[in-house]
Design a protein around this ligand. Structure first.
Ligand SMILES: *Cc1c(COP(=O)(O)O)cnc(C)c1O
Length: 393
């Protein structure tokens, strides 16, 4: 059996999205800036896609800027606001310890340029405290950037409350919502969000396209100089096919949101309950406030990378820690941030589901994992040590 359970890394393009892209990859190939009909048809494709994305998120059409994906949107929002606020003498940024590297490495860069960065703790449950955000805001705070949902442990942050605190104190609020858009209901206005990053390939759209929501009135500096595309802020001939694919995928996800959430939550909980039957295992991140498709479990005395290889031999695609850091020996910064000891963090498994996963697939995973864990533990010096310490040997 082949089971794809790594939807937090990327998702399969939906058939609806593919069909929405086809015209712009074939007959409607014009440049959206050209004045003849072929160009205007492309231009309509751009604007209809922008309007569709905005509609799902409760934004105005001209508050959506297409980008190449989530990393670009994060970089643009954070560096842009930093540049804007530095002119007012504000050089302090608040973020959390378990952001995606697109955020962490960006604030690190700003730190080298003289910004002061506060990394808020996320505690054992993987959730930022609103009170901590409030207490961290200073006179010179330029930006608060806290992710909507974590990509490894799936925990959902109190975004609306964080936004309210920021607005009370007159500070801009950005959220990396790459894992949340298309998976949970979002209303940027009601949730007090000023800037928000998203990426199409995380909700069954194509790779290489995403967007930044930037609230009207924020004069974000241009990302790319050139033509008048994206209101002159990000020049370059539009990839209309990708925009159309993103809009179709997001609309499809949003239309099926309630149904997908119910199905996924049931599959997720079945998987969590099944895997927690393994001795010395633990669920990482809050059980309630988590993405409907996220399962992240640590198995003591096991090495995550080996677990992935054995799962792959069984046809199961999963992840251990973040895909971006696999290949490095450091355990995931997310798992360390929620207080896991290094050796436990190393033995973690992320299974991220989507609505096309089935109960049979979940049961297949539940049947494969225990025997793999047992095999790995049987040859693990670490497990032997743990057992000795517990007096089991
Ligand atoms: C995937 C991801 C990104 C990066 O998005 P890309 O479109 O791949 O650049 C950023 N943040 C989070 C939380 C992600 O999961």
């Amino acid at each position: 059996m082949q089971v794809y359970a790594d939807n937090a890394a990327t998702t399969k393009l939906s058939e609806t999205a593919l069909q929405a892209m086809m015209p712009y990859l074939t007959d409607t190939f014009g440049n959206a800036s050209s004045l003849y009909s072929l160009g205007q048809d492309a231009h309509h494709g751009v604007q209809a896609s922008r309007a569709a994305v905005a509609a799902v998120l409760g934004a105005d059409t001209n508050e959506i800027y297409f980008t190449s994906g989530g990393s670009e949107a994060d970089n643009w929002a954070i560096k842009g606001v930093a540049e804007l606020m530095a002119k007012k003498g504000k050089k302090h940024i608040i973020t959390s310890a378990f952001e995606h590297h697109a955020v962490l490495h960006t604030v690190k860069k700003l730190e080298e340029q003289g910004f002061r960065i506060t990394y808020l703790p996320v505690y054992e449950n993987g959730i930022v405290k609103v009170e901590d955000v409030k207490n961290a805001i200073c006179e010179d705070t330029a930006l608060v950037t806290i992710m909507y949902a974590n990509n490894e442990i799936g925990t959902i942050q109190p975004v609306a409350e964080i936004g309210a605190v920021c607005h009370e104190k007159g500070v801009l609020f950005h959220t990396d919502a790459v894992q949340a858009v298309g998976h949970v209901a979002i209303d940027v206005k009601a949730q007090n969000i000023d800037l928000m990053s998203m990426s199409a390939h995380k909700f069954h759209g194509p790779k290489g396209i995403g967007a930044l929501y930037c609230k009207k009135g924020i004069r974000l500096p241009n990302l790319i100089e050139g033509g008048a595309q994206e209101r002159g802020r990000r020049a370059g001939t539009e990839a209309v096919y990708a925009m159309a694919g993103m809009a179709a995928a997001l609309t499809e996800a949003n239309d099926a949101l309630a149904q997908n959430t119910a199905k996924l939550t049931a599959l997720r909980d079945r998987l969590i309950d099944g895997l927690l039957k393994v001795e010395s295992s633990r669920l990482n991140g809050d059980r309630q406030n988590r993405l409907p498709g996220n399962v992240n479990i640590s198995f003591e005395g096991v090495e995550g990378e080996s677990l992935l290889l054995y799962l792959d031999m069984k046809g199961i695609s999963a992840s251990s820690g973040s895909a971006c850091t696999s290949g490095s020996l450091d355990p995931s910064h997310v798992l360390l941030a929620i207080g896991l000891p290094h050796e436990v963090a190393h033995g973690s498994l992320r299974l991220s589901l989507c609505e096309s996963n089935t109960e049979e697939e979940i049961d297949y995973i539940i049947s494969c994992v225990p025997e793999i864990i047992e095999r790995l533990r049987n040859m693990s010096p670490l497990w032997e040590r743990i057992q000795k310490e517990r007096g089991n040997l």
